[in-house]
Ligand binder design. Sequence first.
Ligand SMILES: *Cc1c(COP(=O)(O)O)cnc(C)c1O
Length: 390
Amino acid sequence: MIPAVMPTYGRWDVEVDRGEGPYLYATDGRKFLDFTSGIAVTGLGHGHRHVVAALCEQANRLWHTSNLFRIPGQEELAQRLVDNSFADTVFFGNSGAEACELAIKIARKYQSETGHSERYRVIGCHGSFHGRTFATLAAAGNEAYLKGFGPPMEGFDHVAFGNLNEMRAAVGKETAAIMVEPIQGEGGVRAAPEGYLRGLRDIADEFGLALIYDEVQCGMGRTGKLFAHEWEGVAPDIMTIAKALGNGFPVGACLATERAAVGMVAGTHGSTFGGNPLAMAAGNAVLDMMLEPGFFEHVGATGQLLRGRLETFVRSYPKLFAELRGSGLLLGIRCIIPAADFVTKLRAHGLLTLTAGENVLRILPPLIVGEREIDEALDVMNKVAREWRA
Ligand SMILES: *Cc1c(COP(=O)(O)O)cnc(C)c1O
């Protein structure tokens, strides 16, 4: 018999009860060190006091109005994102996929508004993930996720991630935009090679395309800067964020330059829940913390520390692990042994981690993690790795 909860997930045998910072507690009393952060969502850890307080305060004041009203928290969060990014304007939705859908819509609208209504195609990269809606599935082109759901939505082309020659060759008369993750999360924690974003920017400018970054996973502080592309210093025209933006309260956003958003006038897009007062309270509280002086320096330092420990770890078990990847606190270990089995063993010993494409063990601690928890995680990883070899 089908469970009441539609069984689209292979769920773990952990019934969650409560969380505290980097720790998660199950209803049976087990305590876990959570290096998944709800898949890069709870960047500030579980139950962060400032975020909880902001949400409770807002809950007592006003939960929801439609977007027919001016919503002060929305104007504030949009302004802060604009002030801290390449963007001039922001639309709030409820998820990463919705933000990516809108990014594609904005790119097409931009072309249509600027005299190129024939340009509608988007070039994406193999190994990408942009969400589970029809357009975002088509944009990523992952066969496994498309299978059985009928013809994929038309208008998407795919090239190898990191290959500028392939990207340039794929541009045609109907191309509207390029869409990439600066660091592929689900695809295996694969960072763009140095110079890749610069090269994409040049191609986009040469052919009049919109450049879209999907920073749903790698953005919001994960790499030690607010947005991952800041490391390369190459701005997009449109960018999506979500996951860590609300620290677990559902919220996503699509950011754009004034030029790219030229056609997005009243009536062109909308959302019932998007940008509602509760979501905005959560997002503003998250930014309060992330924009504090020293926050990103801490993420950078902790990322370096964890990276150092993981490098030693990977080197210590050359028959088990092949390579360390990623940036900041978005890290992955390409495994020789099945990554999923290793993740299961770690979980049995109280450490929560994830897998990603290319047989990668994905490690996403909350950004507030300290040396003590890193040591604790490495103790578990070493114990499990030693037992594996034995
Ligand atoms: C998770 C993710 C999405 C989809 O976000 P949802 O909120 O699940 O719709 C899109 N892009 C990237 C890079 C992601 O990691």
